[in-house]
Design a protein around this ligand. Structure first.
Ligand code: PAF
Length: 284
């Protein structure tokens, strides 16, 4: 497996692969791999001749008081895991090569970036859209793979690809969970033992809401109240938001209809965790 740090060299390598008539799959990541990342790599491996994983902790998507400096990094461990998953190439650029100074151009996706995490992390999705747009130019892949744990991110990138005519297929893959339901996240390593146990309440509360919807509940407010009540049973978990939005423009809904996203974010100790479920409501 090859590790490439220069954007120019990466683009050259991908152009060569494509000129030989081979398909390219890209998995954008910030590293510190877990089973969720590996499932994206395997999906990319199954559908493409050449698989690139980008590994870049992107400074522009972190707020000034967020964990950019502390974000876990371990290139040796990640490279080994990527090689085992059958990845052909890891793209690991330096910050100064991704954002040479002066750097003045950003991608702003309106609407879908503004609610949920976007409301609490100003500039976050602008940073995500910008770096992903750059990655799509440096690695002009046929397909790219994202996890649905970051459901809003998937929607932001889908919009960007459609609005800016990127020629790439987005493959959204299911959230990978620990045996007790906790969504896999690189940030789970911030959790102490008690916090780790308490964090399982997040998915439990989402499952309860899902069961209520399956049983016929259509009032979004009732689901939100049930989720909040369940989370309140864990004093170590402090919810930031719980919302039901349409799975499209991500606008809050009052009644469940069509495809809806139930999304939440919570603080558990030092960790900020997010999770969600997407429901298909039949008959409204
Ligand atoms: O989901 C992530 O790891 C990041 O937001 C991404 C898409 C790699 C952009 O930095």
């Amino acid at each position: 497996m090859r590790i490439v740090t220069s954007p120019e060299e990466m683009l050259r390598a991908v152009k060569e692969v494509k000129a030989a008539g081979r398909s390219v799959g890209l998995v954008p990541t910030m590293g510190y791999f877990h089973a969720g990342h590996l499932s994206l790599m395997r999906a990319a491996r199954a559908e493409n001749d050449f698989v690139v994983v980008s590994l870049f902790v992107n400074p522009t998507q972190f707020g000034p008081r967020e964990d950019f400096k502390d974000y876990p990094r371990d290139l040796a461990r990640d490279s080994e895991m990527a090689a085992e998953a059958g990845v052909d190439c890891v793209f690991h650029p330096r910050v100064e090569d991704m954002y040479p100074q002066p750097y003045l151009t950003y991608v702003e996706v309106e609407g879908v970036s503004e609610g949920l995490c976007g409301a609490l992390r100003p500039g976050h999705f602008r940073g995500v859209a910008t770096v992903v747009a750059k990655l799509f130019h440096i690695i002009p892949a046929h397909r790219t793979y994202f996890g649905l744990k970051d459901a809003q991110q998937v929607m932001v990138i889908r919009r960007m690809v459609e609005d800016l005519n990127f020629d790439i297929e987005i493959v959204a893959c299911p959230t990978v969970r620990e045996a007790d339901g906790l969504a896999m996240s690189s940030r789970n390593i911030y959790l102490g033992e008690e916090e780790r146990k308490a964090a399982t309440v997040l998915y439990r509360s989402l499952r309860l809401a899902e069961e209520m919807a399956v049983a016929g509940e259509r009032e979004a407010g009732k689901l939100v109240a049930a989720i909040r009540e369940t989370i309140a049973s864990e004093p170590l978990v402090e919810p930031e938001y719980v919302e039901v939005v349409d799975w499209g423009l991500l606008k809050p809904v009052e009644r469940l209809e069509g495809q809806v996203l139930i999304a939440l974010a919570a603080r558990v100790g030092k960790a900020r965790l997010i999770d969600n479920v997407i429901l298909e409501i039949e008959g409204g």
